[in-house]
Design a protein around this ligand. Structure first.
Ligand SMILES: [Ca+2]
Ligand SMILES: [Ca+2]
Ligand SMILES: [Ca+2]
Ligand SMILES: [Ca+2]
Length: 428
């Protein structure tokens, strides 16, 4: 019988290794299926597409080398034959670029439906690609029907849950340069963006991961959101956000993202004079030397442009808990300091323990790497205090992307390369 865990399912079905009995963690050999499904910026979701009792797997594709609509970006659906063999299903699926997949039968017809979040537009960093909500109907010719689409943001993760406890599934979506976004289900295939009314209008961050759980055990669902953390060149606060300005500043028909951030109380461009002049040659005459350049305190004095096509802000760099209160608003609570040492890429909540994994080395070189905390376990966190924190026994530079429970005392951590680890909790 297939369990509810994708990882457990994949491992059992592929018979990759027998149960680990001695070591604390064991590297898993190169597993083509996991590699296929989980390389960076790509997500997979297990659900029973054909209602035959086993889990099938939907995989989103990605890669910045492809343009939108490229067949390499087409998502894939693998049907489980019940014996653990997965066969590619010949359906015409959306072509997304990275992002996040989540499933839930939100319209209650028995078939699991999907949110397919897209992360980026090739060649258009900062712009929001289209994400879609699709209704699954295996009996029809099209198999999947797009019921909603919107350029919601640069999506990295998502999760369905009934946040407001009205019996209808809701959806939480996070990503880069966007708030923790709340889409409240209205019944059928309708969702309404209620981010602001839930108090999250100013929650924009570089969110990597989201997990919904009742953190403080009061019966109302709360949100854990993994961000860049505080060990980062950039700082952000409500009054001093990081800003990205998106426009075709040199009129060559491509978008030029320009970032400003707060450097010890001064709003400064992130790119150096040389880099900016290289991408926007018309600035060369304006900023002949570096001293001229220090006078560029905002986008208007830098570019001379008063109307900007699109501006996005980040107010929060810390990984956070958002605790739902009686008034159906979320109160932001920064996670303890150990969880701010690095990016947080995934969470797993298990009774009163929050497992998390992190690290990220893919930033542009000016930002350096975030490789100070591969992961840990936070025990007894109630939205204020916690009982203990332990680091997971992972290599310090390991870049985990997914953590999941395999069985009672074993977790699997999948990395961004071929390396993955099994972690066994110590028996007491
Ligand atoms: Ca199935
Ligand atoms: Ca459905
Ligand atoms: Ca609901
Ligand atoms: Ca709660």
């Amino acid at each position: 019988m297939i369990t509810s865990s994708l990882f457990a399912d994949v491992i059992q079905s592929s018979q990759i290794f027998s149960q680990n009995t001695n070591g604390v963690f064991t590297p898993i050999q190169n597993i083509s299926f996991i590699k296929d499904a989980f390389f960076e910026d790509v997500d997979a979701e297990a659900f029973d597409f054909d209602l035959d009792g086993d889990l099938d797997i939907y995989v989103s594709s990605g890669g910045n080398e492809y343009v939108d609509g490229d067949s390499s970006l087409m998502d894939r659906l693998y049907i489980n034959d019940g014996m653990g063999h997965f066969n590619k299903f010949p359906a015409n699926l959306p072509s997304t670029n990275g992002g996040s997949i989540s499933s839930s039968d939100f319209n209650n017809d028995g078939y699991s439906d999907l949110f397919i979040g897209s992360r980026s537009m090739p060649g258009g960093y900062g712009l929001s690609p289209i994400s879609v909500i699709v209704e699954s109907s295996p009996d029809s010719n099209s198999y999947f029907k797009v019921v909603a689409q919107a350029p919601i943001g640069m999506v990295t993760d998502s999760q369905f849950a009934d946040l407001n406890d009205d019996g209808i599934m809701d959806l939480v979506v996070v990503g880069d340069w966007m708030p923790v976004t709340i889409l409240i289900g209205q019944g059928g295939n309708q969702f309404l963006n209620e981010t602001s009314s839930f108090g999250l209008g100013q929650s924009s961050g570089f969110w990597n991961s989201v997990e919904i759980a009742d953190i403080d055990n009061d019966g109302k669902l709360d949100i854990l959101a993994g961000n860049s953390g505080e060990n980062h060149k950039w700082r952000a606060a409500t009054k001093t956000p990081i800003e990205i300005y998106l426009d075709d500043f040199d009129d060559n028909s491509s978008v030029d993202p320009i970032i400003f951030y707060d450097f010890f109380g001064t709003h400064v461009p992130f790119a150096s004079r040389d880099k900016l002049v290289h991408s926007l040659p018309y600035l060369k005459k304006k900023f002949i030397n570096f001293k001229d350049f220090t006078l560029a305190k905002n986008i208007v004095s830098l570019t001379g442009r008063k109307q900007i096509f699109e501006t996005k802000k980040v107010f929060e760099m810390r990984s956070m808990a958002f605790i739902q209160n009686e008034a159906k608003k979320f109160t932001p609570v920064p996670l303890p300091k150990e969880l701010q040492y690095s990016t947080i890429e995934d969470f797993y909540v298990d009774e009163n323990k929050i497992y998390y994994i992190g690290n990220y080395s893919g930033y542009v070189s000016e930002l350096g790497s975030s490789l100070s905390n591969a992961g840990g376990v936070l025990e007894g966190f109630d939205g204020h205090d916690y009982i203990s924190h332990h680091f997971l026994p992972l290599p310090i530079n390991f870049e985990g992307r997914h953590i999941d429970k395999v069985n009672n005392d074993t977790f699997i951590v999948v990395g961004n390369s071929n390396e993955s680890y099994l972690l066994k909790t110590k028996s007491k």
